[in-house]
Each structure stands twice: as structure tokens, then as C-alpha cells.
Design a protein around this ligand. Sequence first.
Ligand code: DQA
Length: 146
Amino acid sequence: MKIKVIHGPNLNLLGVREPGVYGQETLNEINNGLSRYADELGVAVECYQSNHEGDLVDAIHQAMTDGVDAIVINPGAYTHTSVALRDAVCAVSIPTVEVHLSNIHCREEFRHHSYLAPVCLGQICGLGSRGYRLALLALIEHVKQA
Ligand code: DQA
């Protein structure tokens, strides 16, 4: 089973960016931990990060071309603005879970709404980097049951 993990804007700065909100772990540490976890679970993960909306759209399209079984996405601030990312998730019909490190529902009002959540299998937020591992587990079970 192949799972693609897509990180959106500013997540390359994890570790230095607002550590009180997003934690101390760097993106590399999160990705490496996720790869080790995926190995234990017997699935393959491929991680990708971009600060550019169109590149993120392309990464979602590429997942379809590559025969990816499931997507984990933290769209960063594009969560709250991007119809294009929502349409891309719809277009590829690959089961997708949206992840946020912070609890977007108890932060500023503009973070409460997600354009992507309604077209995702589910949303996990507020659990820090553990959210990515939980998303992986949920998607593996979902794909096996499909
Ligand atoms: C975030 C939450 C977003 O509101 C914010 O713009 C981010 C990170 C999170 O992981 O908590 O960049 O997606």
C-alpha cells in the first residue's frame, strides 16, 4: 500500500516556527518518524512539502498518476482559502485525511473553516505530530476494508 503525505506552506519551518503552537519537532523528524512507523505497519510513505498552492495541486494529481492508495494532507493556511486544493482532492478520488498539528477550532475564527474537510474522509487536529500517525492508521484500515 502506498500513502502520500503532503505538507503545505510554512511547515518546512517546523521546529523554529511558533514552537508553542506547532511543537519542537522539525518536518524532517516528523517525516522520518512517520517512515519508520509506516515500515512497522508494512506500508510505503512518500512525503512532500511545498509553499506553493499550484505545486500542491500537482502533487495531488501526481498521487493519482502514481497509483497512490491514500493521502494524508496538512494544507497549512491553504486549508482556509483554497478551493483549488479541495477540487484536486475531489478530482483524484483518493481517500484523504486532513491533519493539523494545532487545534484549529480553538484558535482564530478564520482557522475554524476548512475548504478541504468536507471532501476528506476525516480531519484530525490538535494532537500534534501524533495526528499524522493516527491518519496513517485510519487510512490503512479504510483502504483494506474498501
Ligand atoms: C496548521 C493550522 C493552519 O491554520 C496554519 O495556517 C498552519 C498549520 C496546523 O498544522 O496546525 O500553517 O495547518
